[in-house]
Structures are given as structure tokens and as C-alpha cells.
Write a protein that binds this ligand. Structure first.
Ligand SMILES: [Zn+2]
Length: 280
């Protein structure tokens, strides 16, 4: 049976890192996949000056990425990218329509309207800390959780990264590729999720080329002289890339700790079921 999954992201390129493989897999399995971006990411780092022009360039990239992944629809909520302060926190020079300043209830109603229109079975958001802590990502959690509540969306998955293998891969890659001095793999030590909190491990290795192409589609975020996380990830050699990015991870909070599922649409195990070592 074909079902509908809505992937809610803060900026163009977030889908590439976190959920591209799952999106490609679900689309290939005949499900309807919808990508929603809260902002155009117009305050990201790039060779283009931040602003409208960068926003348009990044939207063009996200349409390309979505097409590569088999998305049926891309929706732009139209908030302004809140940006980051130089210390990585909330920026003081935010534009008027910054996503973090929006009325969360109003934004949630808008997203809920889309979830109802699409009869969405599943919504992906981020964890309450917003993965690595970007304020717009924290806002995706708040708005997304509330929207699912209003629309009665059955499955809410928090897209995350299992930081244990990511740190290992970055350390390994660091042996034969010299990261730019500004890129510090240790910044990932407290980001995202430790293994034990993760409820879904989705094997996306069959769609790894599409995922890599989706990352590469975000050229403004993957090239240039400054540090670009995507650019660094694309330098990870293919076998290692497949190992690290061949799995995507989610936390479904209504399931007990220790639950281990393999597919976003897997039914919740009956209460009291011991996940057992063979399921791990
Ligand atoms: Zn982002």
C-alpha cells in the first residue's frame, strides 16, 4: 500500500545529510515523498553573498536534490533563515521574518494544513536539541511536533545521526585526507544522538549514489574555500562513505528505549516486547 511521508527540514541541504537515502528508498518503494523546507537557507556560508540571490540558488539546488531522490512535491514555507552567530548560537542581526521568531502555533497550523491535505502517515522532524544545535533546527522540532499533534499524524520520526560511527569515520578519513584547519571533527562529539537512543536504523545502501548526488547537488554548500561540512563529507572515500552514510537514523519518542526497527513504516512492537539481542 502506498503511503505518504513528509520530510520537514530547516534549510536546503539538510535533507541531503540526514534523510536523503530514506526519501529515495520510500519513493522507489512507491510511496509519496514530500519535502518541506522552512527557509531558503539564504544566510548559509557560500561564495555568493548571503541574501536573496543565495536563497534562490539554494532553492534551485533543493529542487534538483528532490528530483534526484524521487520527491513528488517540494513545499517552501517561506520563513527567513535565522542564521547563526559567530559563536554558533542565535544571531543578533536576524531578518524580520526569521524562522525562530515566528509564532510557532501559526507555523504549526500551516504545516498541519499540509499534513492533512497530503493525508500524511509520517512526518520527520529533528530532536529537541536540533541535532548540532542550529536554532532553526530546534524550531523544526517545536513546529513539527505541534503540527503532527494538530493533524493527528501517526508516525513522527526525529532524524538524527548516530554520532559513534560518524566520529570513527571522520577520524579514519583524517588519516589520509587533511581536513581544513577550521574543521574540527570534535564538534560532532556532543551533536546528534548516541547509539542507545536510536529506534530506527534504515539501511539505505541501495540508494547511496542518489544520496551522494543529493549532497553534491548542493554545490553552494559543498565547494569553495571556507569549510563546508558537505564538502568534507563528499571527500570521504566511497567505501567509507557507504559505511557511514549507508544507514540513516531516527528516534521515535513514543516507542520504548531499546526499540530497534528497520523501516520508517514498521509497526510499533507490542508493549512489553523485549527487543532482544538478535534484533540489534
Ligand atoms: Zn540546516
Amino acid at each position: 500500500m502506498s503511503r505518504t511521508a513528509v520530510f520537514f527540514h530547516a534549510h536546503p541541504d539538510d535533507e541531503a545529510l540526514l534523510t536523503a537515502g530514506t526519501m529515495a528508498m520510500l519513493a522507489a518503494q512507491g510511496h509519496r515523498v514530500v519535502l518541506v523546507v522552512a527557509t531558503a537557507g539564504e544566510r548559509g556560508q557560500a561564495d555568493l553573498a548571503p541574501g536573496e540571490e543565495l536563497g534562490e540558488a539554494r532553492m534551485t539546488e533543493v529542487y534538483k536534490s528532490a528530483a534526484l531522490l524521487g520527491c513528488a512535491r517540494v513545499v517552501r514555507l517561506g520563513y527567513a533563515d535565522s542564521g547563526l552567530s559567530s559563536a554558533g548560537g542565535i544571531a543578533d542581526d536576524r531578518p524580520a521574518n526569521a524562522f525562530i521568531d515566528c509564532d510557532t502555533e501559526e507555523a504549526a497550523q500551516r504545516l498541519a494544513g499540509l499534513l492533512k491535505e497530503e493525508s500524511a502517515d509520517l512526518l520527520t522532524i529533528y530532536d529537541p536539541a536540533g541535532g548540532y544545535g542550529h536554532p532553526d533546527h530546534v524550531q523544526v522540532h517545536r513546529v513539527g511536533r505541534r503540527a503532527a499533534e494538530i493533524a493527528g499524524t501517526g508516525i513522527v520520526l526525529e532524524a538524527t545521526v548516530n554520532r559513534d560511527p560518524l566520529l570513527k569515520a571522520l577520524r579514519l578519513a583524517g588519516r589520509f585526507y587533511r581536513f581544513p584547519p577550521e574543521f574540527d571533527p570534535r564538534t560532532f562529539e556532543r551533536a546528534y544522538s548516541p547509539d542507545e537512543l536510536i529506534t530506527h536504523r534504515v539501511n539505505v545502501r541501495r540508494h547511496i549514489r542518489q544520496k551522494r548526488a543529493s549532497m553534491a547537488a548542493h554545490a553552494t554548500q559543498a565547494t569553495g574555500a571556507d569549510v563546508r561540512t558537505l564538502g568534507v563529507f563528499l571527500k570521504i572515500p566511497a567505501p567509507l562513505y557507504r559505511l557511514v552514510f549507508g544507514t540513516e537514523w531516527y528516534v521515535r519518542r513514543d516507542l520504548p528505549l531499546g526499540t530497534r526497527l528497520k523501516h520508517p513504516f514498521d509497526p510499533a512492537p507490542p508493549p512489553g516486547t523485549d527487543p532482544g539481542p538478535d534484533q540489534r
